[in-house]
Write a new protein. Structure first.
Length: 282
């Protein structure tokens, strides 16, 4: 009985080995058509992974390029940042439906009473002409040498035309702003006050970038002129007219400071080159 059972188990094991061998041969002998779907699925997965990697690399390059571009823009045009002040009235109008208000520590001054004082009103508005004269001079459109017959004036301030252009722009904005302040809608005038401040601060920073630190002479004109801004009340039109005169004079003085610095730089560079040339000859 035991021998019979052992023989049956031996026969059963041989049968199972034969079946597994046949199954292996059948798998190997399968036609390519049955294996093709597996290969296609694997290729599709690899393509998806590759495309995802390419998209991520592209987005990373775009992010780096944007960051470098923004850094370069800030480095080269940081003097434009005060113009962001103009976004304040836009934000108030779009999201709150109201006019923007100046802060309490720098309150807006209404000049509606100038309607009854036409002489003072005209004088106040005409004081902006100094910005136009300064801007035209900085663009070399006004030749002081011919008018004064003196050679002490420089005609090289137009090397940076934006100095004159920003001065002219400040004059145009100032005329529009003060006209609304005296004769127009008070809310519109306060909105233009933000624009006026943005252009003025931007102009000052651009002068600083191109002309450097102002000289003592320029500071002697500019510091008292800045003090004129802190006089509200009935004397505001008169005092602010003096600010127009002083600040426009500062633009010319500051631009000439830049010319003097360029002359000194050029002369020092030439002296260094001459000294190097003499040393090389010796």
């Amino acid at each position: 009985m035991t021998r019979t059972r052992a023989r049956q188990e031996k026969i059963f094991k041989r049968f199972m080995v034969t079946q597994s061998t046949l199954s292996s041969f059948q798998f190997l002998n399968q036609s390519p058509k049955s294996i093709q779907p597996l290969r296609t699925m694997k290729q599709t997965q690899m393509q998806i992974v590759s495309q995802t990697k390419n998209v991520l690399q592209f987005l990373w390059k775009v992010l780096l390029a944007s960051f470098r571009g923004a850094s370069l823009a800030i480095k080269e045009s940081w003097w434009c940042l005060p113009m962001l002040v103009i976004a304040i009235p836009i934000y108030s109008a779009v999201f709150h439906g109201t006019y923007a208000k100046m802060p309490n520590w720098w309150a807006f001054e209404g000049l509606g009473y100038l309607k009854d004082m036409p002489g003072l009103c005209v004088t106040f508005l005409v004081s902006n002409i100094f910005y136009f004269l300064s801007g035209l001079y900085l663009l070399d459109c006004i030749n002081i040498e011919k008018l004064t017959k003196k050679q002490q004036w420089s005609s090289h301030t137009s090397r940076y035309p934006l100095l004159g252009a920003l001065t002219l722009t400040s004059g145009i904005i100032s005329v529009i702003y003060h006209t609304c302040q005296a004769l127009g809608n008070i809310n519109v005038a306060e909105t233009l006050c933000f624009v006026d401040h943005g252009v003025a601060l931007t102009s000052g920073l651009y002068f600083f970038r191109k002309c450097g630190v102002p000289s003592i002479k320029t500071l002697a004109i500019g510091v008292p002129s800045l003090a004129f801004l802190a006089f509200p009340g009935d004397m505001y039109p008169v005092i602010h007219s003096l600010w127009h005169m002083g600040s426009s004079g500062v633009t010319i003085s500051w631009a000439l400071d830049g010319v003097d610095k360029r002359k000194k730089y050029i002369s020092s560079t030439l002296r260094q080159r001459k000294s190097k040339g003499v040393c090389e000859i010796q």
